[in-house]
Design a binder for this molecule. Structure first.
Ligand code: URA
Length: 193
């Protein structure tokens, strides 16, 4: 079975999930985007927003469009190099941060996706993804850009935290050392690993 076939089976299981309250208000499960058979990296965001909930695809709203621009500049193909998921599969009402309980209910799906895709590295996009996979008190602004080791279900992966594109929507400068400049540097390091 190819990775896409294994993931299609997992998605079927996920589609009927009602383990937490988010299942009651969702329009769509936001399972993944990208090609698991060619992906080198898994990118984990926070949670689906309104556009993602309506389309069933992660990172398609304003933040997603900005992420796409950075990926192009860094030479990373969204469709071939990445497999994109979030810490939860359903949209939290009013785009609030998902609770620990909600993330725990989704964790098994996420861990199985990671195991099947078996990426070269995991990109933790934003503080919620960072905190879900790496125990630290260091803020994302200090730890981003460093290669980390994370353990997911007893398998060790290379990982790097990067800023979330929503944060960059509020920080426009491309000046050296500013968040947008750092984002591009981080993505280039990932591309060249
Ligand atoms: N923000 C996220 O973290 N994930 C998405 O899919 C969209 C916006």
């Amino acid at each position: 079975m190819s990775k896409s076939e294994e993931l299609a089976d997992l998605k079927k299981e996920c589609l009927s999930c009602l383990r937490c309250e988010l299942g009651k208000t969702r329009n769509n499960i936001v399972f993944s985007d990208g090609n698991p058979d060619s992906a080198k990296y898994i990118l984990i965001g926070e949670a689906p927003g309104e556009n993602e909930d309506l389309t069933g695809t992660p990172f398609v709203g304003r933040a997603g469009k900005l992420l796409n621009e950075f990926l192009i500049q860094a030479g990373i193909s969204r469709q071939e190099d990445l497999y994109i998921i979030n810490t939860v599969k359903c949209r939290p009402p009013k785009n609030r941060v998902p609770s620990d309980f909600e993330k725990e209910q989704c964790r098994n799906f996420i861990e199985r996706q990671i195991k099947i895709v078996n990426p070269k590295a995991i990109i933790l996009c934003g503080a919620t993804a960072l905190k879900s996979f790496y125990t630290t008190k260091i803020p994302i602004s200090k730890i981003r850009g460093e290669w980390l080791k994370i353990n997911v279900n007893n398998i060790e992966y290379n990982a790097m935290a990067i800023f979330h594109p929503s944060f960059l929507l509020r920080n426009h400068s491309m000046e050296v050392g500013k968040p947008r400049w750092l984002m591009l540097e981080d993505l280039k390091r990932i591309k060249n690993m």
